[in-house]
Ligand binder design. Sequence first.
Ligand SMILES: [Zn+2]
Length: 66
Amino acid sequence: MQRYLWQQAEGLRHAYDAHRTRLDLGVTFPTLCGAEVTTSREDVGKWLRPTCPTCDREIRTRLGPA
Ligand SMILES: [Zn+2]
């Protein structure tokens, strides 16, 4: 089963493959939009960043219609 989660990093809220990535503070991880981003302390707690539009489109493609 596919499992994706959202994580704020480097100014946007990205989606990532939760099977392949275990996230911790300061960990660089691959996103569904193809970027490699790193979470920092300010990414934890409040979710103020906009959703990454490419991740949003990609996750809908992968998961298909609900
Ligand atoms: Zn993204």
